[in-house]
Design a protein around this ligand. Structure first.
Ligand SMILES: [Zn+2]
Length: 623
């Protein structure tokens, strides 16, 4: 069939083929099979293009039935391996669509035209959506079916550290993942109504049921993950370290202390319209300089290389170019950031400091004014835009407060070595070298804490840190895991931040943003099937090796799953996939009533029944 189709490719319309299957014997009684019917079946696969097959279906002459009651029949094996049940599309088409959508983040229209041009396959965008949804469902099934093999591999490592994290966008589309840290595999992904302990716990249970207990757990300090993991550890009687993420620990302290002042500073900048004024100045000067930008740049470079014995700016176009570059430099305050989010970076404090520096410099440039009026007036305009920042009230006290609190947060950050990038490969010794200084630093805080007097905010800041140490101190250490002899012995460290899980989410959101062209991902995340994140794992060779051998085996592997599932159904065996049960639990546990439930619950009859029951008298107890 394949050869005929290949030969005819390029011909308009489907290729007609006859599927002649060896009828064989009945798998139950070994007796002969007879023709039940001939049926046409249309299909589209990457391997064959578009075709129309005449399929002969055989049935047991002795009318055997499977335990579940269906007659014993035999369909064309070649078609079953190529086409999905109840679909005209091949497994290979679905896999390509799913990989393009979730692995390469292509839009539907792009996939549609690629299929048409490269494979001669016509498909509507609605069918594309359906195929990509089906793909994620198959990915989930494959992942769960291979749970035993994956668990065995994790066991040979000497266990797996559990990383758990959730993300969403403005409370929508909350996605929970559990990762095996050392291999970076995602072991489970679910959509949950909201990040809450009673929704997280059943998912953790499910992962442990499938992959065995972890050797450690890493989490943030949140109100959902903390109790959910505590409950899991208690009910399974696990003796594993449950670790708080160091980055979250510092961020928590930092946000608590720095957020109010930072927000106040941002508000001041907005009200004074400093940034819009600077941008407008830059734009206007750019327009005046016209098309010869390169000359303007050269003027700035020349100015930079001059001996700075006397601060001055020359006249003419070169002077204007320099003023423009001053405005640009001030607005470029984000370059001072380390790349981590607030509170590790405080962008508005950086902007504040840049503005002050620029202002001092401009004062100096104006002391020996530029020789022409145009440049002087541009410089004065720059000065006016910055001037509000220089007020003693209100900018200065807010910035001072922010700086004072930042000192404490930065000390903590330095002790925990979270200065810029997260540590990847540390040693046990390095951990010890952090732990002791942290204890010493905390002890020193208690001494530095002013008992009374005007330094109330410092007192509060120190109290916040001490309280955090009390609450979380016992979950900060324990990253060194002793491996069993079978796994080579020795020590392996669990990451001391949850960056693994968080970076995964960052990447997912980045990819989805790029694909959808939307900044707010609420809707995208809501519609994204949880299993879509499993597609990312197909980048890990060790994982692919276990679940399907190699990526090009994926369509055939999905077809095998369907055949096994079909045989189980015929035999009347229950489906092995527990995932549906868990989804039901997650739905029931969510706070809001489902539409179906609401129709039942919000009725007068309901009220009447409850009311009547409440007023009824208790029957006398019988002894
Ligand atoms: Zn039979």
């Amino acid at each position: 069939m394949e050869e005929r189709c290949r030969a005819k490719r390029g011909v308009v319309g489907p290729v007609a083929v006859v599927v002649a299957e060896d009828r064989g014997g009945c798998p139950l009684c070994d007796g002969p099979m007879v023709v039940q019917k001939n049926a046409p079946r249309r299909g589209q696969t990457l391997a064959h293009g578009r075709f129309e097959a005449q399929e002969t279906i055989y049935v047991c002459a002795a009318a055997c039935r499977w335990p579940a009651g269906a007659r014993v029949t035999r369909r064309a094996a070649g078609l079953c391996e190529a086409l999905m049940p109840k679909s005209n599309f091949g497994y290979d088409v679905m896999v390509l669509v799913g990989q393009q959508r979730f692995g390469h983040h292509r839009q539907r229209e792009e996939i549609q035209s690629a299929l048409r041009e490269e494979h001669g396959i016509t498909i509507s965008t609605g069918e594309l959506s359906e195929l990509s949804r089906r793909f994620t469902a198959y990915r989930g099934r494959l992942h769960r079916t291979r749970g035993g093999q994956l668990a065995a591999t994790l066991a040979t490592d000497g266990g797996w550290p559990l990383h758990v994290d959730a993300t969403g966008e403005a409370g929508r589309g909350t996605l929970l993942i559990v990762m095996a840290g050392w291999r970076r595999w995602i072991l489970g992904a679910w959509k949950i109504a909201t990040e809450r302990a009673d929704l997280v716990l059943p998912c953790l249970r499910e992962v442990v049921h499938r992959f065995g207990a972890p050797c450690a757990a890493m989490r943030d300090l949140g109100k959902a993950m903390t109790p959910a993991l505590a409950d899991l550890v208690a009910e399974r009687e696990l003796t594993i370290p449950v670790l708080a993420c160091h980055q979250h620990f510092v961020a928590d302290v930092g946000k608590d202390r720095l957020e109010p002042a930072h927000a106040e500073l941002r508000g001041l900048f907005r009200r004074a319209k400093v940034r819009p004024h600077l941008s407008a100045l830059g734009r206007d000067l750019g327009r005046q300089l016209g098309t010869n930008v390169e000359q303007a740049r050269q003027a700035v470079r020349d100015w930079q290389s001059q001996e700075a014995t006397e601060p001055r700016i020359e006249g003419g176009r070169n002077g204007l170019a320099v003023v423009r570059s001053l405005a640009q430099w001030t607005l470029d305050f984000k370059v001072a950031a380390s790349g981590l989010d607030f509170p590790f970076d405080r962008p508005y404090l950086d902007l504040y400091e840049r503005c002050l520096t620029a202002l001092r410099a401009t004062d100096a440039f104006l002391r020996t004014p530029p020789p022409d009026r145009q440049v002087t007036s541009a410089l004065k305009r720059f000065h006016r835009a910055l001037a509000p920042v220089d007020c003693q009230v209100p900018f200065s006290p807010v910035a001072t407060r922010l700086r004072r609190h930042a000192v404490l947060v930065d000390e903590l950050r330095t002790v925990l070595r979270l200065a810029s990038v997260y540590p990847e490969a540390e040693t046990e010794q390095e951990l010890t070298q952090m732990r002791d200084p942290l204890d010493e630093w905390v002890a020193s805080l208690a001494k530095r804490r002013p008992a009374r007097g005007p330094a109330q905010d410092i007192r509060e800041a120190i109290d916040v840190i001490l309280r955090h140490m009390d609450d979380h101190g016992n979950t900060l250490w324990g990253q060194a895991i002793r491996l069993p002899e079978g796994a080579g012995g020795g020590v392996r460290l669990v990451a001391r931040t949850n960056a693994l899980a968080e970076n995964f989410f960052k990447r997912l959101k980045h990819d989805e943003r790029r694909r959808s062209g939307r900044k707010n991902l609420g809707q995208e995340l809501e519609h994204l099937p949880a299993e879509a994140v499993l597609v990312y794992k197909l980048e890990y060779d060790d994982y692919v090796q276990i679940v399907c051998g190699s990526l090009d085996r994926l369509p055939a592997t999905f077809a095998e799953l369907d055949q096994l599932e079909r045989q189980r159904r015929l035999n009347g065996e229950p489906s092995k996939d527990r995932e549906d049960d868990l989804r039901t639990i997650l739905q029931l546990a969510s706070a809001s009533l489902s539409t179906a439930d609401r129709r039942v619950v919000r009725t007068e009859e309901m009220e009447r029944r409850i009311d009547a029951a409440a007023r009824s008298r208790a029957p006398r107890r019988q002894k």
